[in-house]
Design a binder for this molecule. Sequence first.
Ligand SMILES: [Zn+2]
Length: 83
Amino acid sequence: MKEETYSGVIYPVENAVDKEIPPELTKLVLFPPRSRRASGRRKKTRYPSTGEKLVPKVKKLIPNKCTKCFQPEHNRSTCHKPT
Ligand SMILES: [Zn+2]
């Protein structure tokens, strides 16, 4: 069984060319998503681990503002404004 798997030799295809794209697809105008969100788990939804002490938050004098739309109370990663 194992010998059969490795017995053959595979050669790369010469002059590899992309498959022909049908005209219906080339006519389509595609845009990237209207908004981007950072990958990974969002910090706001993280649960504190067992035994983890929650430090009480000290309010900042100047609140943070979104760098995309310059509105307070949210940041760039949670902004709903399209890019
Ligand atoms: Zn914003």
